[in-house]
Structures are given as structure tokens and as C-alpha cells.
Design a protein around this ligand. Sequence first.
Ligand code: GLA
Length: 470
Amino acid sequence: MAREQLRLVLLGVTLLSITIIFCPCGLLLADFGEPPRLLVEDNGASHPLRESGGISPRLSAGVPRPLAGANAPAEAGAAPAREPAPREAKAGVIAAKAGISRADSGGKEAKQKMNIEVKPFDQTPLGEKVDLYSLANSHGLKAEIMTYGAIVVSLQVPDRQGRMDDIVLGYGNLTEYLAKNPYFGAIVGRYGNRIAKGKFTLDGVEYSLAANDGENHLHGGIKGFDKVVWKAEPIKHRDGVGLKLMYLAKDAEEGYPGNLSCTVTYTLTERNELKIEYLATTDKPTVVNLTHHGYFNLTGCQRDILGHEIMLNADSFTPVDAGLIPTGELRLVKGTPMDFTRPTPIGDRVGSDYEQLKFGGGYDHNWVLNGGGRVLMLAARVYEATTGRVMEVLTTEPGIQFYCGNFLDGTITGKKGIVYNHRYGFCLETQHYPDSPNKPNFPSTVLRPGEKYETTTIYRFSTRKAARLR
Ligand code: GLA
């Protein structure tokens, strides 16, 4: 009997010890699973990265690596763990103006409603009607997206005090977008970034594209996907409200072969993300590289972006020539001003005496994402200390173009009369590498009939407390 009592006492002590040791960890893990609050604290050190995405068939060859060994990852973000992507309810068409109650997402605040509204914006000189959709999640994030260029016209996210600001560059009306738009907020295609001399050969046939950037082809040509009117369909995801945009690029349009049927779905999620899903199919072999060209300024467009701290999950980048065409080399960033494996203010080294920065007039390069191109993973994290805003970029793409607004020169006045001076916005364009159609050692951008082009990129927003500044 005494023995039995002793056994029970020992069992009790063991259980108590286990509870004391593991309970705090359990609580921490449980915390990660909570729906995002308006002010999501992020200490920038050990962010839980638990996303996964599909593998694009054309990426099965994998991503080339530089010859030398890779650097050790500097942040938790450099070696992300994975979790299944949030399950989405079967997308269904919802009527514009139909609010979706907060209860749908199972959250606690129930203060605001996920919502999507539409209003006529304007029309193009060809008489095409352009609509403006307003998406809102239950935490107060708002995105305005127009059907011309699938452009994100505004994006309101909270700072660490909960104050909402528009953190993207753009205009308040269509006329100004038509007059001069350096791709503010647009979907870029059929091929994002440059193709050398506007030429490539596919299956023995040479194709010629417009030279709209010196002697090179840039961002899909003269009338790329940023300058066409997309068909739109509001959708409801279990995880947020979205807008499905569709465009059929005709065979030979801008010189590219094949009718390319494209669908880009923006979703404003309940996790404070702007998620972009790209889908395309073709009826002839072609090349495809779609991206989003948002210009971000996490201060709410109060000043330039040089104080923003950026981390890129990339040990190498693709150096370019003077025309910003990759040379084909994959160069390690270590020991160069291109090294953003540790968070560094954009302005710290942008003026360095480094040939690549001279060619780009600053940062305007493709970084090769560590382990990129296979599953959805962290590509970049940007932090703005005065507002506490944090933006993370997750993608299934193998590369990211970090462009720091070098061509902005104060000649554009955007929304609210704000003058967009030099380096007033930065872009993080997830992509396949520039000029891939002419670079056999880069991951392929060829899409063939019967294959599906499928990629996902997420811009995720949170804030960090000032007290947690490093
Ligand atoms: C990309 C290019 C830049 C520039 C901008 C738009 O980021 O790499 O060189 O063309 O788009 O101005």
C-alpha cells in the first residue's frame, strides 16, 4: 500500500514538473495561433513563419546557387519553418456592398465588418469603364484597387498607436495614372523587369519585343498589363475579402507568343495581409513573369524611405550591366552593400562606391531568395521605427527586385498633394530573375500549353513597440 502511495506521489511530482516546464511554451505557441490584433507586436527576432505554397511546375529544376558556399542565415526569417496555408472557403461571388460579419472569421473584436464596395472611377480614352473597389478587413485595414492596371490605389494600415495611414504611392484619379505612372501599385506583365534588347528565342523562334527602356524591353512593353482594364469579380474567402481580376493577353500582343489567360486575386486577409495570387495559362509556348509594383512608404508618405530598415532573405544577387541587364552571375552579398541578411537602414550604404549601385542609381537589383521558388516563405522584412510599422513579404517566387525609388525626382505630385521626391517609395517586386528568357542558367520562365503558372505573394503588416527597438 505504502509503495502504491509512493508511486502516486512520484507520478504527481513528475506531472507537476512537466506542467511547470512546458506550460509557458504552450502559452507562447497558443499566442501565435491567435487572430492578429490591431497592434501586433513583433520583436523582429523570432517571427513564426509557418506558411506553405505550391510548387510551380516550371520551377521543378530548382534555383541555381552561387558557386561559393552560402552565408549563414541572420534571422529566424532566413530559415523559415512551414505550416499549412490557411484553408480557404470555396470562393463565391458576393454582391458588391455586401458586408460580411466579423463572426465569419471567428475573431473576438467583432467591431468592424469585412467589406467590399465598388464605385465607378472613370473611363479610359478608349471609353472603357474603370471601377474602383474598396476592401476592408475587420481590423480596419483598407485597400482600394482599380480595374485599370489592377492597381492598388491606396492601402491603409495602422501604426503602433493604431493610427491609419495610406502607405502606398499613387494618385487620386485615373487621369494622372494615364498621364504618367512609373508602375505605381500596378500588376506588371507579361514579363516583369527587363529582357535584353527586347529579344528572346523560344523553341527555335526569335521573338521581338518593344525597346521601351533604352535598347531593352521593360515591364511587358508599351502597353503592358499595368495599362489595360481588367475584368473584376469580388470574392469572399473565409480568410478575408478579395478581388479577382482577369485579363486575356492576345497572341502577339506586345510581341509575345500565345493567348495568355491571367487571373490575379488580391485578398485582404484577417491576418492583416494583402495576399496576391497569380494564375495563368497559355495556348502556345510563351514566357511569363508577373509581379506587383507597389511603392511602399511605411511612414505614411511623410518623408523619404532611407530610414526604413530592411532585411532580405538572400545570400546572393544577380549583378547587372550598365543597362540593368543581369550578367548571368550569381554573386554573394557578403562583404558588399548588397548584404541585407541583417536588417539595415536603406540609406546606410546606398551611396557606397560600389559599381552595382552606380549602375542602378541605388538599389535596383534582383536578390536570389534563399531556398526560394519552391514554397511560400519569407523574402523580406521592412521596419519603420517612427511609426513602428512592419511589412513582411512572403513569396513562392525565387527572386525579389528591391528598387528604392531612384527614378523618383520630385516631378510627380501624388495623392494629398505629396511630392514624391528622390527615394520616396521602395518596391519589393517578387519575380523570376530579369532577362531569364536569355539566361539558360536562371530558373525558367517558359509556360507551355497544359501547364499552369501559379505563384503567391503576401505583404503582411504588423507593428513593433518602440521599447523593443534594438
Ligand atoms: C523596376 C525596375 C526599375 C524601374 C522601376 C520603375 O523596379 O527595375 O529599373 O524601371 O521598375 O520605374
